[in-house]
Design a protein around this ligand. Structure first.
Ligand code: SAM
Length: 334
């Protein structure tokens, strides 16, 4: 689909005085060749419903619309961009601009019900794309991973793929293999739920204003079955704890999962998972994380208060102590 002649992105920015606001991590891409390349990396979009995060002046938005999509929804926090977006809506009849914060925006009912595709099948004809603001990229991807794990929000429609930008370092962490120095919690959480690839590194100089860092374009396709098929909260708790002190041995990090008077559970968990307690966190494979999570989950099935135990939170410690006091009283009555 060819869009009718429109003011260029650069003209729009001049016409509406859209100087970048650093608080909203605004770094624009003016080069339409690059915008088309970003969109190409999402795959075939013809006839798809697409949701774009942070359209700003609308460069990627135009490239998506030229793919002859069924409909495009965009979510933008900065109202200054709405006249430009409205112009695209008027000439195509295929764009809906939503004003809001993408961290709170729900996609439960955004797309037609007829697009729902069972999880066990190929992804539905729906896609999420965005040159994300750096300031929210990490919380947003964790929010999306939680929704993928529960098949909720956009993932009520099936295994909706995402094509999103991140700071290059963050993109590389997402695909980091065991023993890579940048392997961390996000590597395990993302790889557990998605097939993830870095499609392209974009130099910082391609953006206006240019950030100090380069950018990675990352493509995610939710897996039919996660490696660790356990609640998101449990998986993130175990991975966060394992990586808490990256230089420490596995055994020392796991101590934080259990109260002081139940430290024997550390050995029980590691024994059940059959992993060397001296391992460094970055060396642990996704399969070994699965064994650790299963072992922790078995302990939580037996002692449910352990799942809520949080060594950093005094009220959870107090809760734990009162549960133990009741247990002891019950034992002494028996
Ligand atoms: N897509 C445009 C481009 O590539 O030129 C702009 C990308 S710019 C990096 C990020 C965009 O996200 C900005 O337009 C900014 O206003 C918007 N934004 C920032 N925080 C947001 C939020 N919490 N919710 C929705 N949009 C947000």
């Amino acid at each position: 689909m060819r869009l009718p002649p429109l003011p260029t992105i650069r003209d729009l920015i001049r016409m509406y005085k859209l100087s970048a606001v650093s608080k909203l991590s605004q770094n624009f891409i003016m080069d339409m060749t690059l915008n088309h390349k970003i969109v190409q990396n999402a795959g075939t979009l013809t006839g798809c419903c697409v949701c774009e995060v942070g359209p700003g002046p609308g460069g990627i938005t135009r490239a998506i619309l030229e793919k002859d999509v069924d409909h495009l929804h965009v979510i933008e926090k900065d109202r200054r961009f709405f006249p430009g977006l409205q112009m695209l809506a008027d000439v195509t009849g295929k764009l809906t601009a939503h004003h809001g914060d993408v961290l709170r925006f729900e996609m439960n009912n955004l797309f037609p019900e007829s697009f729902i595709t069972p999880w066990s099948e190929s992804p539905p004809k729906i896609h999420i794309i965005g040159n994300l603001p750096f300031s929210i990229a990490t919380p947003l991807i964790f929010k999306y991973m939680e929704s993928i794990s529960t098949h909720s929000d956009a993932w009520r429609y099936g295994r909706v793929p995402l094509t999103l930008t991140f700071q290059k370092e963050v993109a590389e962490r997402m695909v980091a293999e065991p023993n890579a120095e940048d392997r961390c919690r996000v590597s395990v959480v993302v790889q557990n739920l998605c097939h993830v690839t870095v499609k392209k590194i974009i130099p910082g100089s391609a953006f206006v204003p240019a950030p100090d860092v380069d950018v990675g374009l990352v493509h995610f396709v939710p897996k039919k079955k996660p490696i660790i098929d356990l609640p998101y909260r449990l998986v993130t708790k175990v991975t966060r704890t394992v990586f808490h002190h990256r230089q420490k041995q596995l055994k020392n990090n796991l101590k934080a999962l259990f109260p002081d008077d139940q430290q024997n559970l550390v050995d029980a968990m590691i024994g059940d998972a059959d992993i060397d307690p001296g391992r460094r966190p970055i060396s642990i494979t996704n399969e070994e994380f699965k064994r650790l999570c299963v072992a922790y989950s078995r302990i939580c099935d037996r002692l449910p208060y352990i799942l809520n135990y949080d060594y950093r939170n005094p009220s959870s410690k107090k809760n734990y102590l009162s549960i133990r006091a009741v247990e002891e009283e019950l034992n002494s009555v028996e």
